[in-house]
Design a protein. Structure first.
Length: 163
Protein backbone atom coordinates (compact mmCIF):
# COMPACT_ATOMS: atom_id res chain seq x y z
CA UNK A 1 0.00 0.00 0.00
CA UNK A 2 1.15 3.52 -0.60
CA UNK A 3 0.04 6.87 0.72
CA UNK A 4 0.28 9.89 -1.54
CA UNK A 5 0.56 13.18 0.30
CA UNK A 6 -1.00 15.79 -1.92
CA UNK A 7 -3.48 18.52 -1.00
CA UNK A 8 -4.95 18.47 -4.51
CA UNK A 9 -6.04 14.87 -4.24
CA UNK A 10 -6.24 11.77 -6.33
CA UNK A 11 -6.63 13.43 -9.74
CA UNK A 12 -3.12 14.90 -9.69
CA UNK A 13 -1.58 11.73 -8.24
CA UNK A 14 -3.18 9.25 -10.67
CA UNK A 15 -0.93 10.02 -13.68
CA UNK A 16 2.18 9.21 -11.61
CA UNK A 17 0.68 5.96 -10.35
CA UNK A 18 -0.28 4.95 -13.87
CA UNK A 19 3.17 5.77 -15.30
CA UNK A 20 4.78 3.64 -12.57
CA UNK A 21 2.36 0.76 -13.27
CA UNK A 22 1.36 0.67 -9.60
CA UNK A 23 -0.81 -2.37 -8.88
CA UNK A 24 -1.29 -1.91 -5.14
CA UNK A 25 -3.69 0.27 -3.15
CA UNK A 26 -2.88 3.97 -2.86
CA UNK A 27 -4.69 6.32 -0.53
CA UNK A 28 -4.43 10.11 -0.38
CA UNK A 29 -3.48 12.10 2.71
CA UNK A 30 -4.62 15.62 1.79
CA UNK A 31 -4.39 16.91 5.36
CA UNK A 32 -0.85 15.71 6.22
CA UNK A 33 -2.26 13.57 9.02
CA UNK A 34 0.49 10.99 8.58
CA UNK A 35 3.16 13.70 8.74
CA UNK A 36 1.64 15.00 11.94
CA UNK A 37 1.29 11.53 13.42
CA UNK A 38 4.82 10.40 12.57
CA UNK A 39 6.35 13.88 12.94
CA UNK A 40 7.96 14.18 9.52
CA UNK A 41 8.04 17.31 7.43
CA UNK A 42 9.63 16.12 4.20
CA UNK A 43 8.93 13.50 1.56
CA UNK A 44 9.54 10.96 0.04
CA UNK A 45 9.28 8.50 2.91
CA UNK A 46 9.19 4.73 3.16
CA UNK A 47 7.90 2.48 5.91
CA UNK A 48 7.85 -1.29 5.98
CA UNK A 49 5.03 -2.47 8.22
CA UNK A 50 4.50 -6.16 8.88
CA UNK A 51 1.18 -8.02 9.05
CA UNK A 52 0.95 -7.31 12.78
CA UNK A 53 1.24 -3.56 12.22
CA UNK A 54 4.82 -3.35 13.47
CA UNK A 55 7.06 -0.82 11.72
CA UNK A 56 10.17 -2.74 10.65
CA UNK A 57 11.83 0.01 8.64
CA UNK A 58 11.47 3.73 8.24
CA UNK A 59 13.21 6.22 6.00
CA UNK A 60 12.04 9.82 6.18
CA UNK A 61 12.95 12.34 3.50
CA UNK A 62 15.24 10.29 1.29
CA UNK A 63 13.31 7.14 0.40
CA UNK A 64 13.83 6.17 -3.24
CA UNK A 65 12.71 2.78 -4.53
CA UNK A 66 15.08 3.26 -7.48
CA UNK A 67 18.06 3.25 -5.11
CA UNK A 68 19.53 -0.28 -5.43
CA UNK A 69 20.26 -0.53 -1.69
CA UNK A 70 16.72 0.43 -0.74
CA UNK A 71 15.21 -1.83 -3.39
CA UNK A 72 17.34 -4.74 -2.14
CA UNK A 73 16.31 -4.02 1.45
CA UNK A 74 12.62 -4.04 0.53
CA UNK A 75 12.96 -7.20 -1.51
CA UNK A 76 14.80 -8.94 1.34
CA UNK A 77 12.23 -7.79 3.87
CA UNK A 78 9.35 -8.86 1.67
CA UNK A 79 10.66 -12.39 1.28
CA UNK A 80 12.11 -12.88 4.76
CA UNK A 81 10.18 -10.46 6.98
CA UNK A 82 13.44 -9.21 8.45
CA UNK A 83 13.56 -5.75 9.96
CA UNK A 84 17.08 -4.82 8.91
CA UNK A 85 18.23 -1.28 8.27
CA UNK A 86 20.44 -0.52 5.27
CA UNK A 87 23.50 -0.82 7.48
CA UNK A 88 22.35 -4.23 8.70
CA UNK A 89 21.35 -3.12 12.18
CA UNK A 90 18.06 -4.19 13.67
CA UNK A 91 15.57 -1.33 13.80
CA UNK A 92 13.61 -0.54 16.93
CA UNK A 93 9.96 -1.49 16.76
CA UNK A 94 7.15 0.72 17.96
CA UNK A 95 6.18 0.03 21.53
CA UNK A 96 2.75 -1.54 22.19
CA UNK A 97 1.15 1.77 23.19
CA UNK A 98 2.27 3.40 19.93
CA UNK A 99 1.05 0.40 17.96
CA UNK A 100 -2.31 0.50 19.75
CA UNK A 101 -2.74 4.20 18.99
CA UNK A 102 -1.83 3.60 15.36
CA UNK A 103 -4.47 0.86 15.16
CA UNK A 104 -6.97 3.20 16.80
CA UNK A 105 -6.39 5.80 14.07
CA UNK A 106 -6.74 3.13 11.38
CA UNK A 107 -10.05 2.13 12.94
CA UNK A 108 -11.17 5.74 13.01
CA UNK A 109 -10.55 6.03 9.27
CA UNK A 110 -12.55 2.86 8.71
CA UNK A 111 -15.44 4.18 10.83
CA UNK A 112 -15.47 7.35 8.76
CA UNK A 113 -15.77 5.18 5.64
CA UNK A 114 -18.68 3.31 7.22
CA UNK A 115 -16.70 0.08 7.67
CA UNK A 116 -17.58 -0.62 11.29
CA UNK A 117 -16.66 -4.32 11.23
CA UNK A 118 -13.07 -3.70 10.09
CA UNK A 119 -12.73 -0.75 12.46
CA UNK A 120 -13.74 -2.95 15.38
CA UNK A 121 -11.10 -5.51 14.35
CA UNK A 122 -8.39 -2.81 14.39
CA UNK A 123 -9.57 -1.50 17.74
CA UNK A 124 -9.63 -4.98 19.26
CA UNK A 125 -6.05 -5.52 18.07
CA UNK A 126 -5.12 -2.22 19.71
CA UNK A 127 -6.86 -3.16 22.95
CA UNK A 128 -4.89 -6.42 23.07
CA UNK A 129 -1.61 -4.52 22.65
CA UNK A 130 -2.54 -1.91 25.26
CA UNK A 131 -5.03 -3.57 27.64
CA UNK A 132 -5.25 -0.48 29.84
CA UNK A 133 -6.35 1.78 26.99
CA UNK A 134 -9.88 2.73 28.00
CA UNK A 135 -10.28 5.11 25.06
CA UNK A 136 -10.06 2.26 22.58
CA UNK A 137 -12.25 -0.01 24.69
CA UNK A 138 -14.94 2.64 25.09
CA UNK A 139 -15.06 3.20 21.35
CA UNK A 140 -15.60 -0.53 20.82
CA UNK A 141 -18.34 -0.59 23.46
CA UNK A 142 -20.00 2.54 22.02
CA UNK A 143 -20.19 1.03 18.53
CA UNK A 144 -21.49 -2.29 19.83
CA UNK A 145 -23.79 -0.87 22.53
CA UNK A 146 -24.84 2.64 21.49
CA UNK A 147 -27.73 2.71 23.99
CA UNK A 148 -25.18 2.65 26.84
CA UNK A 149 -23.61 5.87 25.52
CA UNK A 150 -26.05 7.86 23.43
CA UNK A 151 -29.51 7.31 24.94
CA UNK A 152 -29.60 9.78 27.79
CA UNK A 153 -26.99 9.47 30.52
CA UNK A 154 -23.82 7.50 29.81
CA UNK A 155 -24.02 4.20 31.70
CA UNK A 156 -20.72 4.24 33.61
CA UNK A 157 -21.84 1.40 35.86
CA UNK A 158 -22.27 -0.85 32.81
CA UNK A 159 -18.85 0.24 31.50
CA UNK A 160 -17.14 -0.62 34.78
CA UNK A 161 -18.35 -4.20 34.42
CA UNK A 162 -16.98 -4.69 30.90
CA UNK A 163 -13.33 -5.39 31.67
Amino acid sequence: MSIAMDAQGFNVVTPYLESANVTFKTVIDKENLLGEMLRFNAIPNGLLIDSEGIVNYQNFGSFDIKNPDIFSLIKGWFFSGTNLNLDGSILPKLDPVQQANSLFREGLSLIQEGNFEEALKKWREGAKLDPGNQIIKKQIWAVENPSKFYSGAVDYDWQSKQD
